[in-house]
Design a binder for this molecule. Structure first.
Ligand code: G4P
Length: 538
């Protein structure tokens, strides 16, 4: 039992717990080594005993699925939606994000729950397509971004060139915290700029265990016994160059204007622990969030938070539905009753779960910054607030405007019920948006998505989880606009012949367009027509 929330004892406990919490997401292009890095982090914490368990599961999925990409995406985002572990007195929540750009909306929602992001880059490939997309999403949230340049054990690009690329392609300045010695498959180790120590690389046991550190000060004469002169000379020159470059400025890091940069090799365990230690030190404890009653900080004594992800059928055998919640303030205690913004009623939080590498466990207590999974009997929606204190509403989680539209129907009309159930489930998870179009004289059911891969997910999940095969036909629309204000009934609006009219899942009027030009024309030809790009501000 926790002490009563109005006591000094509780306040002190809350302060301690908040102070040691760190909640972050890892973003990367597929194959940069996110699974490997996550696994190594878990390994340090003792959360898993041997490297390989996260990986092994991922490869199983690869081997057994025809739907590799989807399963991989789903595998990553599902099994490791939120993992937590302890390290060096810190309590860490890692939020995983799908690597594919078609899931950028999913990524955005996950980032709403994070206080920082780790951007993983393949040292040989540099900034890749998905890195750019996901970085942009991070930028929208203004959270600190830490860069880990992975795979230094192999041929790698010149580190200065990589720094330049971050600046040119992503528009962010970087500040190396450590620096590689010997690149291009000739990796000797790293120099830690803060401690002025050299850590030598020795590839042992394929990264299955932690290496004993091989640390030596750069000005220690014994360095000459372990590192050839030309490495030392080059390192000294490079340090000089770095020293006149960008200085480490925690304030700019917090604002997302400067990214601390680390070099290492996840698979061989090299540089992962020094990264983790510094990352935990520099990254902020749980940040406050905006609500309709102003900013709510983590040390408000009442429990509050918001739902940022809904996932059904995580375990097909159980047919369960989980709502993932980020706790913004206070503490959760077992059996707690809280107010729920969606229904306006008190709900009991039944058996919240937290997730480890390969298991989930019931939570007895959880604190601001933590991510918990709530069993959802179908009442939670994305963005819902839960609070044991005042009836506040956290800021809406924005919905992205869909850019691809398909007409969808069940192949077998007898399966209509299941079809509708599956579709509404996926819509509630935020993976798709649904529309009904009647202007063609019959009722057409349409699905809109942000990335086309979502259509494949839709098809696949309806088949496997709802035993319903569907028929999809592409539609030429690329833009949807919600009607905020209209001078006349929607049917009477003057639109181009290729534009369409429909209603969203809540019966609100929307217009569909093939191009920007017809949107402009609609506004010009219908004075007083006001359109919104998303349903957010309706
Ligand atoms: P992802 O989750 O970002 O998609 O990447 P993942 O960790 O699965 O890593 C992708 C590949 O890169 C894996 O190889 C992994 O072993 C390798 N890798 C990860 N970190 C490093 C590193 O620091 N150095 C080197 N050289 N390779 C690294 P794979 O061949 O796809 O799988 P496997 O043979 O390891 O099972």
């Amino acid at each position: 039992m926790l002490p009563a929330t109005d006591t000094q004892e509780f306040k002190e406990l809350l302060h301690q717990q908040v102070d040691k919490r760190r909640t972050f997401a890892i973003i990367s292009h597929p194959d940069a080594g996110k699974t490997t890095l996550t696994e190594k982090l878990l390994l340090y914490s003792g959360a898993i005993r041997s490297a390989g368990s996260v990986k092994a599961r991922k490869s199983d999925k690869h081997a057994t699925s025809d739907w590799m990409d989807i399963e991989k995406q789903r595998g990553i985002s599902v099994t490791s939606s939120a993992m937590q572990f302890e390290y060096d007195g810190y309590h860490i929540n890692i939020l995983d994000t799908p690597g594919h750009q078609d899931f950028s909306e999913d990524t955005y929602r996950v980032l709403v729950a994070a206080d920082a992001a780790v951007m993983l880059i393949d040292a040989a490939k540099g900034v890749e397509a998905q890195t750019i997309k996901l970085f942009k999403v991070c930028r929208m949230r203004n959270i600190p971004i830490f860069t880990f340049v992975n795979k230094m054990d192999r041929a790698a690009r010149d580190p200065f060139e990589l720094m330049q690329e971050l600046e040119d392609v992503l528009g962010i300045r970087s500040c190396p915290i450590n620096w590689p010695i010997g690149v291009d498959g000739d990796f000797q180790g790293v120099y830690h700029r803060d401690t002025k120590m050299v850590e030598l690389y020795e590839n042992g046991d394929h990264g299955k265990k932690k290496l004993d550190k091989l640390d030596i000060a750069l000005d220690d004469p014994a360095i000459h016994d372990v590192l050839a002169q030309h490495y030392i000379d080059r390192l000294n020159e490079e340090i000089e160059l770095l020293d006149i470059g960008e200085e480490f400025d925690p304030e700019r890091v917090r604002k997302g204007e400067l990214t601390p940069m680390f070099f290492g090799s996840a698979v061989t365990n090299f540089g992962v622990e020094p990264f983790l230690e510094r990352f935990l030190k520099f990254t902020p404890p749980p940040l406050s969030r905006l609500s309709d009653a102003g900013e709510i900080g983590p040390e408000e004594p009442y429990f509050s938070g918001f739902v940022f992800k809904i996932q059904a059928n995580m375990n097909p055998a159980h047919r369960d539905r989980l709502a993932f919640m980020r706790i913004v303030s206070g503490a959760y205690q077992k059996g707690m009753e809280v107010w729920h913004s969606g229904t306006g009623k008190q709900v009991t939080l039944k058996q919240p779960q937290q997730f480890m590498a390969d298991e989930r466990e019931a939570v007895e207590e959880a604190w601001a910054g933590d991510i918990i999974g709530l069993f959802d009997p179908g009442i939670y929606q994305l963005g819902d607030t839960l609070s044991s204190g005042p009836k506040i509403h956290y800021e809406n989680i924005p919905v992205f405007a869909p850019e691809f539209f398909n007409r969808v129907r069940p192949e077998d009309s007898m399966k209509r019920k299941q079809f509708q159930k599956g579709i509404s489930q996926l819509a509630e998870e935020g993976a798709i948006q649904t529309f009904i179009r009647t202007e063609t004289g019959r009722e057409e059911f349409m699905v809109g998505v942000v990335g086309v891969l979502q259509f494949e997910v839709l098809e696949h999940r309806l088949k496997t989880e709802y035993q319903t095969k569907i028929v999809m036909e592409g539609m030429p629309f690329r833009h949807v606009r919600w009607v905020v204000k209209s001078p006349k009934p929607i049917e009477d609006l003057k639109l181009t012949s290729t534009s369409g009219r429909a209603k969203d899942s809540r019966g609100r009027d929307v217009l569909l367009f093939e191009n920007e030009w017809s949107i402009r024309l609609a506004c010009e030809n219908n004075e007083g027509l006001e359109l919104a790009e998303t349903a957010n501000r309706l």
